[in-house]
Ligand binder design. Structure first.
Ligand code: HEM
Length: 153
């Protein structure tokens, strides 16, 4: 091993194991954890905006599900491109594609939630909205079934 390589290795190892008695100022040794995002809070917020008596059939859930599906459905397994990562439908090329017509409603709807929880990525927000849409619709479906079933008994 050359002297330069040995020096860099020593530097690398010492940076991994900082000496507690070192005179180097603290900020170079401390590790700050990024604040944890509470996904359940974001989910609850999405769930709270689904019902809308003045929109379509009374719910934004279907269009949010379609947004999540269209964002993810561009994934190409052969070269790994596309997919929900990067939320590329924010940009004109994809937003203006005929297959994505109408999805601006869903993207705009989620914008205030993105502002409220800035640390969530657009791709995670859109995917989570799709999950919330399905779960909340299933919950509603189950409550209706239970109601109908119990009224028949
Ligand atoms: C290749 C397969 C698919 C085709 C060609 C297709 C096509 C369409 C079309 C033409 C619409 C009407 C859009 C409009 O409002 O003008 C639509 C709506 C919708 N699609 Fe698909 N779709 C496909 C697969 C899927 C899948 C896999 C899902 C779920 C994961 C899905 C979820 C929805 C939902 C929820 C709506 C209603 C959106 C709303 O009410 O605003 N679709 N689809």
């Amino acid at each position: 091993m050359s002297v330069a390589a040995a020096g860099s290795y020593y530097y690398y190892v010492s940076s991994l194991n900082p000496d507690p008695n070192s005179k180097i100022p603290k900020p170079f040794q401390t590790k700050t954890e990024p604040p944890k995002l509470d996904f359940q809070k974001v989910y609850n917020r999405i769930a709270s905006i689904l019902d809308a008596s003045d929109y379509d059939d009374g719910s934004y859930a279907p269009i949010l599900l379609r947004l999540a599906w269209h964002a993810a459905g561009t994934y190409d397994k052969t070269d790994g491109t596309g997919g929900s990562n990067g939320a590329t439908m924010r940009y004109d090329a994809e937003a203006g594609h005929g297959g994505n017509a109408g999805l601006k409603v869903a993207r705009d709807l989620l914008e205030p939630i993105k502002k409220e929880f800035p640390s969530i990525s657009y791709s995670d927000l859109w995917s989570l909205a799709g999950v919330a849409a399905i779960q909340e619709m299933v919950c509603l479906q189950n409550s209706l079934s239970l109601f109908l079933f119990s009224s028949l008994m």
